[in-house]
Design a binder for this molecule. Structure first.
Ligand code: SAH
Ligand code: SF4
Length: 372
């Protein structure tokens, strides 16, 4: 009888320490192995030379370091890099890296598909397939860092920021996402500061209420509308957890943070004549008064099966100006990587479908939304 090997890639420090204890080993082995995996990109126990030969032999029998497989990698002229990554069951996810000055942001997926069905989101339109494992989530960071040769946390970094803004709703895959984010921030793994790891949610309030107890990463709220009537249409989970309830929960999360200067990000995807009018901006300014926020405006990225249109440049500028005039910090997410079809957060389906679809999109030269 063969027993399944334990994949060490997605194990948090605590779980790895418990694993070594279960083998009758000391906990510090966990730190050694953690460094080999995440700081040296090693997935072969034979290379872990400061681990005794006997233990390495034992590890080969009971464990593995198994990252998801990269099916393809594309590089954009602007430095954006995209990976197509296979996850079990004939599914694939995409991970996108966006360099911007001395910052390099990795956009990471948490689920294959999404059950929340926001009306403007391609991932939602494809339905929910399954949660990614912690190994598949941190595996995206492992793959990116390895591809850039960023393996020494004290050396120069390519991946300085991670945003959980790829496919899926991270708070609906709570435990795996928390384990993976904690590995991103762990000094003996990637050592990324908690300010530079961002969880984006459309508003799963009970899970958000639980989040502060286990982590203090940065928070982004996908708001997209300044009133419940409109948000009910765009983000159906709003019917269950309306704006006031969501913002209260987000405020509690921010207030819980040890660092008093932190702000939450409000994401607002702008769709032409849907949520881009001056009165929407006015209402938004009123709604967010006294909440520590910075606002990120995202021009809608069109896709097949969607009737929405991208905001016009005039409407975008007008919307931004109203908020600026009220004293808000407002950024606009720019289009990046359009030559490699690098649309973060919009991807699902099996590998063949994906390839066909991205060819179609490339041919159509559609605009691309990317994290900025
Ligand atoms: N489920 C999470 C994280 C993934 S979506 C969430 O909703 O926050 C990441 C961001 O991309 C969200 O703000 C989402 O609303 C936005 N987004 C989704 N589809 C988009 C589209 N077609 N154009 C522009 N932004 C989009
Ligand atoms: Fe899911 Fe986020 Fe897309 Fe909504 S916007 S369907 S929550 S991935």
């Amino acid at each position: 009888m063969t027993t399944e090997k334990t994949n060490l890639l997605g194990l948090s420090v605590e779980k790895l320490a418990a694993f070594f204890e279960s083998l009758g080993e000391k906990r510090f082995r966990a730190i050694q192995v953690l460094k080999w995996i995440h700081q040296n990109g090693v997935d072969d126990f034979a290379e872990m030379t400061n681990v005794s030969k006997a233990l390495r032999q034992k590890l080969v029998e009971v464990a593995e370091v198994c990252a998801p497989e990269v099916l393809n990698q594309w590089d954009s002229a602007d430095g954006t890099r995209k990976w197509l990554i296979e996850v079990s069951g004939g599914n694939a996810i995409e991970t996108v890296y966006i360099p911007d000055g001395d910052r390099g942001t990795l956009c990471v997926s948490s689920q294959v598909g999404c059950s929340l069905d926001c009306s403007f989101c391609a991932t939602g339109k494809q339905g929910f397939n399954r949660d990614l494992t912690a190994a598949e989530i941190i595996g995206q960071v492992w793959i990116a860092c390895k591809s850039f040769g960023q393996l020494d946390p004290k050396g120069p970094r390519k991946v300085t920021n991670v945003v959980m803004m790829g496919m899926g709703e991270p708070l609906l895959n709570f435990d795996n996402v928390v384990d993976a984010m904690n590995l991103m921030m762990e000094d003996n793994a990637y050592g990324i500061s908690k300010r530079r790891v961002t969880l984006s949610t459309s508003g799963v309030v009970p899970a958000l209420d639980r989040l502060a107890a286990v982590t203090d990463v940065s928070l982004a709220i996908s708001l997209h509308a300044p009133n419940d009537e409109l948000r009910n249409e765009l983000v159906p989970i709003n019917k269950k957890y309306p704006i006031a309830v969501l913002l209260d929960s987000a405020k509690r999360y921010i207030e819980n943070m040890p660092d008093t200067h932190r702000k939450m990000t409000i994401e607002y995807t702008l769709m032409r004549e849907v949520n881009d009018r001056p009165e929407h901006a006015e209402q938004l300014a009123e709604l967010l008064r006294d909440i520590p926020v910075k606002i990120n405006l995202i021009p809608f990225n069109p896709f097949e099966l969607s009737d929405y249109q991208r905001v016009s440049n005039n409407a975008l500028r007008r919307f931004q100006q109203i908020l600026l005039d009220k004293g808000y910090t407002v950024t606009v997410r720019t289009t990046r990587g359009d030559d490699i079809d690098a649309a973060c957060g919009q991807l699902a389906g099996n590998v063949n479908d994906r390839t066909r679809r991205s060819e179609r999109y490339r041919n159509a030269e559609r605009p691309v939304r990317i994290v900025g």
